[in-house]
Ligand binder design. Structure first.
Ligand code: 9PG
Length: 699
């Protein structure tokens, strides 16, 4: 790649870095993005627009752009050049500007919209359409396109949809933000980012926001018009006279390697949001998926003792107490009668045994029955004036969303987490249902967006928890980046494969409900987040062979997905009841490798079937059968001539060339360690694999 250059004349401006060219058509108020090598215009006729709360919309399309010229830029993305365009207007209107930048070393363009209030009175801004109905050309019709639908929060389904079919509707406020378009044929919606790829032309586009602190964002594809719109929500905040407001920054990358481009997008998003994921992956035990809300302190102690007695075999770090210890939703500092010694006592027991202690809270929720709500009914976000906003109905009550624009609420959050981490000594907090901080309601301070309110709350937790591990759960993806150590990336796992009594035909509407399959889907499709935005939590392994609806093959599949996610490894069973064999399966995931496998067929299917991880000395390859019947599959192998070890069956499949034929049971998988023959790791007589990713040095 080379220096970024600009050429300008009366009708246009062209910015290029040798990879991409951004061509601006000044007299039409639109721009195009062209692959410099092939000359293909992937994005054309792209305008930028803004909608004011008054209902007025300003768009560059049809107006003219006036170029303010180019400016060298140097920031986290390196060196580049930007061009700023102003929408021309005869009327005394607010000024809409668009800045487009290319960088020397990157194959993408970044663009940002801005509104300047040049008038005498305040303006309220609804939403920026950073990209407004931009035409997409992938060299093949939209019926061949696939759309990566990125969910709004942890539990929201994330999957690749066939554009010949239809989108899957999502309901606010739990799994969708309160800004969903009317469902209609041919409209596809993704939160934060998307990737669109034609299975025929093998060309695509990654489009996503790379800043997320201030505005929620959304991408929409209109299959009938072949257009994409990228929205950045200002939520009606005010620009005073003379003031200005920017959208979040959008990245656009035409691509023929969508997995690589999505990983690069993740890198950039992490850099821009100053995410600093640690290499050390958290491991532990969690009470939820065995004891549920019935958990008692005796259960914690029994599992702690079991862990302590098997430390060598099961080197887990955290003992995490989930939902069920608290007096009420909101009354976090009062333990209920099942935890009669109190939480500080329990932390001491956990520490005494040499483990770290974790605690679940839902800190942005306030249960209708809680003392917190009785004392502070005014702390709830309002749905309509005088009506508290119900963020979820759970635990047999309405749970309201906390208003994080109130300073008293921020102070209370600080007090809670200083007590939990400082006084009680917890080393880890699982902050759950925190999308509640970003619901679309009326807050005390109307000049704070949903994203900003949410981040104020999360920042208060981050600051009070100091260096303790903060695991987000039920969290909006974008605005959490940079403030948490770990984040759940899927719906809850469960001791059954599909949502209870869910026949296949309604499955598509239930992809956010607890089930092993729903959890697995997101752990695989959100692989690119891990190690870039945070360490991902694929949710717990349920290794048990009794009190479960999961078959042997399903448990192995779950273990395989968790291992290949590279993310956190927590088990949630009564450890005292695990058979030797099932305990060994859990042990197989330790120590963690820490890197995520790529889903090679992401754009071919809704749940990828092939994961590949390059471990340096060898590849780990997982092949899945999501069908309800056995399947024969042929998996291709990376090296021309390879030694293949079947991890779960502990058998050497000897030397294979190019491909391997596998018989997979329903919902089962094969996990293979593949070593190029003749490589050092494959040399020698005997080999054994004590752990998945770290083959023993050859003896
Ligand atoms: C504790 C659990 C566990 C679990 C979390 C979360 O009603 N709902 O929509 C709903 C969604 C998720 C959920 C519970 C209810 O699970 O993901 O790990 O901590 O809370 O209550």
């Amino acid at each position: 790649m080379s220096e970024v250059r600009i050429t300008e004349d009366a009708s246009g401006a062209a910015l290029t870095n040798g990879r991409l060219t951004v061509a601006v058509h000044l007299n039409k108020g639109v721009f195009s993005i062209i692959e410099a090598g092939s000359g293909r215009a992937v994005v054309t006729n792209a305008a930028t627009a803004v909608s004011l709360s008054s209902g007025r919309t300003l768009t560059s399309r049809g107006a003219r752009f006036v170029s303010e010229g180019s400016t060298p830029v140097e920031n986290r993305l390196g060196r580049g050049l930007s061009v700023t365009l102003q929408r021309e207007s005869e009327e005394p209107e607010p000024v809409l500007r668009l800045t487009i930048a290319l960088y020397e070393d990157h194959p993408f363009a970044v663009i940002q919209a801005e509104l300047i209030n040049t008038g005498p009175s305040a303006l309220r801004v609804g939403v920026f359409q950073v990209l407004d109905d931009a035409a997409i050309d992938l060299g093949a019709p939209p019926s061949t396109w696939r759309f990566y639908k990125q969910g709004w929060q942890s539990w929201s389904p994330t999957l690749v949809l066939d554009c010949a079919g239809e989108d899957v509707p999502m309901a606010a406020p739990v799994i969708a933000p309160g800004a969903q378009p009317e469902a209609r044929g041919g409209l596809f919606v993704s939160e934060l980012m998307t990737a669109i790829f034609s299975s025929e032309s093998k060309r695509g586009l990654v489009a996503g926001f790379i800043t997320t602190a201030d505005q929620l964002s959304q991408l929409r594809l209109d299959r009938e018009q072949h257009t994409v719109t990228a929205s950045s929500y200002a939520d009606g905040i005010t620009i005073p006279p003379g003031g200005r407001l920017s959208s979040e920054i959008l990245l656009l990358e035409p691509t023929t390697s969508p997995l690589v481009s999505m990983e690069r997008y993740g890198d950039v998003l992490g850099w821009m949001m100053e995410a600093t994921p640690t290499e050390e992956i958290a491991t532990g035990w969690c009470s939820w998926y065995y004891y549920w809300q019935g958990v008692r302190e005796e259960h914690i102690i029994a599992n702690l003792e079991e862990l302590a007695s098997r430390r060598a075999e099961l080197p887990l770090e955290y003992v995490q107490i989930d939902d069920g210890y608290q007096a009420e939703i909101g009354d976090w500092l009062t333990a209920n009668e099942k935890f009669s010694h109190g939480m500080e006592w329990l932390v001491d027991r956990i520490h005494e045994r040499g483990f770290k202690a974790g605690l679940w809270l839902a800190p942005f929720l306030m249960g209708a029955r809680s003392q917190l709500y009785r004392e502070h009914p005014d702390w709830a976000v309002q749905y309509r004036p005088g009506r508290p906003y119900i963020a979820i109905q759970n635990w047999g009550q309405d749970c309201y969303a906390l208003d994080l624009t109130r300073t008293e609420v921020i102070k209370w959050l600080g007090d809670v987490f200083r007590t939990v981490c400082g006084e009680w000594g917890f080393d880890y907090v699982k902050v759950d249902f925190i999308y509640a901080g970003a619901v679309n309601g009326i807050r005390y301070d109307p000049n704070v967006t949903r994203a900003q309110a949410y981040r104020r709350g999360l920042k208060a937790i981050r600051d009070a928890a100091r260096d303790r591990f903060v695991l987000a759960c039920g969290n909006p993806i974008g605005p959490s980046i940079g403030l948490v150590d770990g984040a759940r990336v899927g719906p809850d796992v469960a001791p059954y494969w599909r949502p209870a009594a869910s026949p296949r035909d309604v499955e598509r509407n239930r992809m956010s409900e607890p089930s092993a399959l729903n959890s697995i889907r997101n752990s695989v499709t959100r692989w690119w987040m891990h190690g870039r935005l945070w360490q991902s939590d694929p949710d717990c392994l349920l290794a048990r062979d009794s009190e479960t609806g999961l078959t042997t093959d399903e448990v192995r599949t779950l273990a395989t997905v968790i291992a290949m996610s590279g993310g956190m490894v927590l088990d949630s069973d009564d450890l005292t009841l695990l058979s030797d064999e099932r305990r060994e399966w859990l042990a197989t995931l330790l120590p963690t490798f820490g890197r995520a496998a790529q889903p090679l067929d992401l754009f071919d299917t809704e749940v990828p079937t092939i994961l590949r991880l390059d471990c340096g000395t060898h590849f780990m390859i997982a092949v899945f059968n999501w069908n309800d019947e056995p399947a024969s599959v042929r998996a291709s192998l990376p090296a021309e001539s390879s030694r293949v070890f079947d991890v779960w069956n502990k058998i050497d499949l000897a030397v294979k060339r190019d491909a391997i034929d596998l018989e997979l049971p329903p919902h089962g998988c094969s996990l293979l360690a593949v070593t190029p023959e003749g490589s050092e790791a494959a040399a020698g007589e005997s080999r054994s694999y004590p752990a998945l990713f770290f083959p023993q040095p050859v003896i």
